[in-house]
Ligand binder design. Structure first.
Ligand code: ATP
Length: 313
């Protein structure tokens, strides 16, 4: 039994220091929002299971090896000989802007089905973490995620959904159609401020949050990058600032933040404690290169909470 099960696509990522067209040095690692959350939770001492489909190829081996090295359970991962592991190239465009290039169409994950996911869900979990990325991969993953949410809730688990809109994968209209039917199963909804309108109607954030709470979502967490985050439930609403850290790499901040929130939830922290841990992890991710490499272990958490800029001696 896992504390958290998460389902998604994990890929190999190749990061180029400058524009890809110029070639040069690059760094190979793994990526995938759900896998990032699983690694973050595992480092904090929770039992995290990740499932998904990988190709029977070297990138698939790297993903598995990374997850296993981080203590993430991979006992229900599907391997395919007929489709490859997805690939994500990152480079830096003119003006210094980070850019991603996906090679994930027809990847092993794009046909992930409910039949394939079901054994992992039936293995049991306290919480099921989903993102809006998996349903964007194709009709089968969309169905798998919906069925997983329904089954997990029926079995008494909570379900978290990070909207994580990826405009390179689908349109906002398609995301609206796919994500709203999931809401009856969602306990914790996490979204960036510009993603709330995908899951709720209303005039402004206040109305949209109210609509989500009316729809049965118990906790709504809104991410605002360097401006911090907000929390809402039926009783309370408050804002928290981000921690001030040197910005090295903003990619992965959202996943780290989400994992911090879920970790606090598993530990029974109150809403302020959950947001505090989320904020710490988001800042830790921003301050280090890589999506998950710089995330803290449980033992490192207290040091993270020291005042900004303090040196450990
Ligand atoms: P991504 O999809 O790139 O992982 P996101 O848009 O889902 O990110 P953000 O809102 O960028 O998520 O960040 C999530 C949280 O991480 C913020 O609420 C904040 O607490 C923290 N964070 C993000 N950027 C910074 C920053 N520059 N400095 C400190 N903390 C940050």
């Amino acid at each position: 039994r896992a504390d958290v099960l998460t389902i998604g696509e994990a890929m190999v990522t190749v990061r180029c220091a400058g524009p890809l067209r110029l070639g040069g040095d690059s760094r190979v690692s793994t990526a995938g929002a759900e896998a990032n959350v699983a690694i973050a939770l595992s480092r904090l001492g929770h039992t995290a299971r990740w499932t998904g489909a990988l190709g029977d190829d070297e990138p698939g081996e790297l993903v598995l090896r990374t997850l296993r090295a981080e203590g993430v359970l991979t006992d229900h991962v599907v391997r395919r000989t007929e489709a490859p592991t997805g690939l994500l190239l990152r480079d830096v465009a003119a003006g210094g802007r980070a850019r991603v290039h996906y090679y994930r169409r027809d990847s092993a994950a794009s046909t992930l089905s409910w039949d394939e996911v079901r054994p992992a869900v039936e293995a049991g979990q306290t919480g099921l973490h989903l993102t809006g990325i998996t349903p964007a991969l194709g009709p089968a993953p969309l169905e798998a995620v919906a069925a997983a949410a329904e089954h997990a809730r029926e079995a008494g688990a909570w379900v978290s959904l990070d909207v994580n809109h990826r405009s390179l994968l689908w349109s906002r209209e398609a995301a609206v159609r796919a994500l709203r039917p999931l809401l009856p199963y969602v306990t914790v909804l996490i979204a960036s401020d510009d993603e709330l309108d995908l899951v709720a109607d209303g005039d402004g954030e206040r109305d949209r949050v109210a609509a989500l709470l009316d729809a049965g979502v118990e906790e709504v967490v809104v991410k605002r990058g360097a401006a911090g985050a907000s929390y809402h439930d039926a009783r309370a609403s408050f804002d928290v600032p981000a921690r001030r850290v040197p910005v090295v790499d903003v990619v992965g901040a959202g996943d780290a933040f989400t994992a911090g929130y879920l970790s606090g939830r598993l530990d029974g922290l109150d809403a302020y404690g959950r947001l505090d841990r989320a904020t710490l992890l988001g800042a830790a991710s921003v301050a280090c290169a890589g999506d998950w490499e710089g995330l803290p272990t449980r033992a490192e958490l207290p040091a993270l909470a020291l005042p900004d800029g303090e040196t450990l001696r």
